[in-house]
Ligand binder design. Structure first.
Ligand code: BYC
Length: 319
């Protein structure tokens, strides 16, 4: 079959909603786009453990600590499913990790902001996990089978994460005046970075057009951001908190909330490595990788020993 025919067959499968599986023919650019997006997503999950992990030892009660531990462990699991999904496309996991540690790979801008107090853990669960779900529910229907299937499980866990965050916000917003002020301050600091998670405006997005044709993405960055604002505003009202945007108002004609402009200079500065915590995050990941070297070495030695034990005695001696 010629490459033109292969490409037409591939697109017709996408158009007919047939999932693309690892052994199917796919254009190189489709494979590359997926490896880029899935690995960035995996890195985000792993780096995303850091701002919250910081609070495990300082959770205000045993119950909160248990929930937070479970959540942070879930993020590690999400990273592992996603690295595995990238491997089904021929990527090498260690190469991907090395790119992250070298500061060459992107991960979500949101994780370069600091968690200053317990209310931030509420705001992260509510807003950051809320934004993540908005994007990831769409990805459960993405055209690449292993990615779509990983997303189904991830979304179930993310919705638990969102609820734990909102529950913290409910407790704080209905607590003492000081607690309510902390909740408001967290919302003030996390609102705009959460809107940035959806990426640049559609008109500035490099990959969206092609990713939508291939049904990797099914909704654009701006569509998802709007959807997130529309569901989150009533949640803030229920908490009695104010979203820090003077331009935010319901637009009857559009049937959506209008909202102000993101500070794109800040967004690109964070993406390029100059956010408040970029250097700290990479340093923590490098240390974790180095500290874990003995585990990787032990696992390799164990696997080699098992292989050797399988050999008949004479060839094992020769080896
Ligand atoms: N931060 O053409 P565009 C989570 C980059 S949730 C940094 O629109 P695309 C979690 C983009 O990579 C967060 N970089 O790109 C939650 C591209 O750069 P390159 C992770 C960003 O891919 C709670 C360039 O800007 N979720 O993990 O079509 C707890 C142009 O953008 C950002 C996912 O990764 C950003 N915010 O659309 C723990 C979901 N936005 O590659 C963990 C999967 C854009 O050309 N990913 N860039 O150098 C996606 O859905 C899409 O990749 C995006 C961007 C919507 C994020």
């Amino acid at each position: 079959m010629t490459s033109l025919n292969l490409e037409a067959l591939f697109q017709s499968k996408i158009d007919e909603e047939i999932k693309i599986e690892p052994k199917d023919w796919m254009p190189d650019a489709y494979r590359k786009t997926l490896i880029r997006q899935i690995s960035q997503h995996a890195h985000s999950e792993i780096v995303g453990m850091l701002p919250e992990g910081n609070w495990i030892t300082r959770a205000p009660s045993l119950r909160r600590k248990l929930i937070l531990l479970a959540k942070v462990q879930d993020e590690a699991g999400h990273g592992l499913y996603l690295y595995s999904a990238a491997e089904t496309l021929g990527a090498n996991r260690d190469d991907l990790v090395q790119q992250l540690l070298a500061g060459k790979a992107k991960y979500s801008s949101i994780f370069n902001y600091p968690t200053l107090n317990w209310a931030d853990l509420g705001a992260i669960g509510w807003l950051v996990d809320g934004a993540a779900i908005m994007n990831q529910v769409m990805l459960t229907r993405t055209s690449y089978g292993p990615y779509a299937r990983a997303m189904v499980r991830i979304c179930k866990e993310e919705s638990f994460h969102q609820r734990q965050g909102y529950e913290i916000m409910i407790a704080m917003a209905n607590g003492s005046p000081e607690q309510k002020a902390m909740a408001q301050d967290s919302l003030n600091r996390w609102w705009w970075p959460s809107l940035m998670m959806f990426g640049p405006h559609d008109s500035e997005s490099t990959h969206s057009d092609q990713a939508m044709k291939w049904k990797i993405k099914r909704k654009s960055n701006d569509e998802l951001r709007q959807q997130f604002v529309d569901v989150t505003v009533p949640q803030a009202e229920y908490l009695g908190l104010t979203i820090p945007d003077t331009k935010l108002r319901w637009n009857e004609a559009r049937g959506h909330y209008d909202f102000g402009e993101i500070d794109w200079e800040e967004f690109w500065s964070v993406v390029k490595g100059n956010g408040p915590c970029n250097k700290q995050r990479l340093k923590a990941r490098i240390k974790a990788y180095e500290d874990g070297a003995w585990v990787r070495e032990a696992a390799v030695a164990h696997a080699a020993k098992k292989e050797q034990d399988k050999l008949p005695e004479s060839s094992a001696k020769a080896a």
